[in-house]
Design a protein around this ligand. Structure first.
Ligand code: SF4
Ligand code: SF4
Length: 253
């Protein structure tokens, strides 16, 4: 069976959070307000193995084990456009855009045989899946696969760093395990969000001060943009807290 897809550059998928590779997080630290997003998947789910391959597995004494993705993320509210989306819905950094944007709509945290499911446009998206669009998925495989392979390889190469971060966070944030369990128990998948500063500290990034200095004005900008909006309270609170953390790293590291 074959599946067709063509991006018509409508820009509708350039809103809200953008998952990044670790390398893309550093490259784009001057553009995006960054956070670490933890997404748990319960054992038995179809994505459990692929999530475990790039994330971590958390034993749950009284429940099913969890596989957890831990992803550096451009942390934007769902209604906020990517800061690089132009007024005519084009990408202002087309040649440098993150691996995640290049691979869209395919998603390396899902087994390749299930990737065709991702080609169905979400409500409002103007992706072309008509007979006029090129075949992008055939015989349970992605046809043009350079970007997909590139992202897969990046995720494999960064896995040790992600595991080191997970170990650090479980050691110093005992409530994290419980938060993940709560999120995983919900009928609709949810997230736990931690700060980029915790990641920089855990992995002892040599450019911590410079990355924190890039993040500081961005986080302050988004704190201002989300102020007074009750539906964005969590985003606002996080941005404000992370401004303090980044200021600490700029001043003290
Ligand atoms: S970087 Fe470009 S492609 Fe990626 S979300 Fe932003 S505007 Fe869209
Ligand atoms: S929603 Fe579909 S058509 Fe629109 S920019 Fe994203 S991939 Fe392209």
């Amino acid at each position: 069976m074959t599946h067709r897809f063509l991006c018509t550059a409508c820009g509708k998928c350039c809103y809200g959070q953008i998952p990044l590779t670790v390398q893309d997080a550093w490259v784009h630290a001057k553009r995006f307000p960054l956070a670490m997003v933890w997404s748990p998947v319960r054992e038995g789910s179809k994505d459990f193995n692929s999530v475990a391959r790039f994330g971590t597995v958390v034993a749950m004494p009284k429940a099913k084990n969890l596989a957890v993705l831990i992803v550096p993320t451009a942390y934007l509210p769902p209604t906020f456009a990517c800061p690089e989306l132009t007024a005519d819905n084009l990408c202002a950094i087309q040649l440098q855009k993150p691996a995640r944007c290049r691979t869209m709509p395919f998603y390396p945290y899902r087994e390749e045989q299930f990737q065709a499911e991702l080609l169905a446009p979400r409500p409002g998206w103007l992706c072309d899946i008509s007979a006029a669009a090129p075949i992008v998925f055939a015989d349970k495989q992605i046809v043009e696969r350079d970007d997909f392979e590139f992202e897969l390889q990046a995720l494999q190469e960064q896995h040790a760093i992600i595991l080191r971060y997970a170990e650090y966070m479980f050691k110093y944030t005992p409530q994290l395990r419980e938060s993940l369990a709560k999120v995983a128990a919900k009928p609709k998948a949810g997230q736990v969000v931690t700060s980029l500063s915790s990641f920089l500290t855990a992995i002892r990034h040599p450019d911590t001060k410079s990355i924190a200095a890039q993040q500081l004005p961005l986080l302050q900008h988004y704190a201002d943009q989300t102020a007074g909006q009750s539906d964005l309270h969590d985003f606002h609170r996080n941005y404000l807290q992370w401004v303090k953390e980044m200021r600490f790293l700029v001043d003290r590291v």
